[in-house]
Design a protein around this ligand. Sequence first.
Ligand code: NAD
Length: 343
Amino acid sequence: MLTRHLDADDLRQLLRRLGPEALLREIAAALREDFLRWEQFDKIPRCASHCRQGVIELMPVADGERHAFKYVNGHPGNPALGLPTVMAFGVLSDMATGAPLLLSELTLTTALRTAATSALAAQVLARPDARTMALIGNGAQAEFQALAFMSLVGVRRLRVYDTDRRATAKLLRNLQPYVDAGRLSIEPCASTAEAVQGSDIVTTATADKSHAAILAAGLIAPGMHLNALGGDCPGKTELDPRILQHAHVFVEYAPQSRLEGEIQHMPHDFEVTELWRVLAGQAPGRTHPDQVTVFDSVGFALEDFSALRTLERLAREHELGRLLSLVPAMADPKDLWGWAHGG
Ligand code: NAD
């Protein structure tokens, strides 16, 4: 029994071969399919181990046929040490035998699946005429969010801000080809307030292990859609809680989001709608052009399941990665000792 291994370079190759927009579309299609069969999945909130600097989380999910888990960390101080804030890998296995089919990098993949999920939510929650997005936090996730909103939601204008000017300069450099192609315009702003002014959608992708209020309630205009993805563990939020009181809030998986999302500030019975219900037509998304909607994203294991099964197929189609013997190849499966001592 062999396991396919995709490392970070394999993922980079796949991204270059398909192009980021096509890869985002592949993952978004798998996400939609899996959200639509939500009830077939065995779900639990992720298991988190916290320390002063950050968190390490394990995220399992299964559908009876396949099992997936992701290992992921969140350490906002890591860039100062030369490490990414978020690093991840994961495994897709066959439920019938428990055999691990794929061991994959998930750092780049997390950025892709998070952006695809944000775009999927915005397709049903943002105003259909939304073309301008504020992007607060211009770190590792930012370009992926920008491209997913351009490609899958129709955003044409970005207003960007980060407390670290070098992060914004990096974003401008990386997205220049899309500006040159006339597909995006990007305006660097001097503050969050300036970036949010006149925006239809506000994406917050900041990293700070604190109850931050990156967005003050006074900045929110009627009809905005907020895509808040940086507040994703206990003690780490981005929105002024008063925003939530006057908005319709959508989450991935309520039992996990109540612990980790922006709604950790709210009473336990605060009303939220799970995104899958909107996608399945069981609950309304946006019902009025003036409504303020919030996608309180924390990242749920199902999204990694969708990404892993997409990678497994694409890796086979593009002959990427290598086969690993993670499991001993025994002639007699009961003779582990003999295999260990054999030639
Ligand atoms: P990153 O460290 O690469 O980038 C974060 C950026 O936020 C940095 O450039 C930093 O300078 C900026 N920032 C911090 N405080 C700010 C403020 N007050 N105003 C403006 N900018 C500020 O991190 P990343 O990988 O881009 O991740 C961003 C956040 O998204 C993290 O909190 C991460 O945990 C979260 N995340 C969530 C999901 C999800 O599924 N919801 C997935 C991946 C990452």
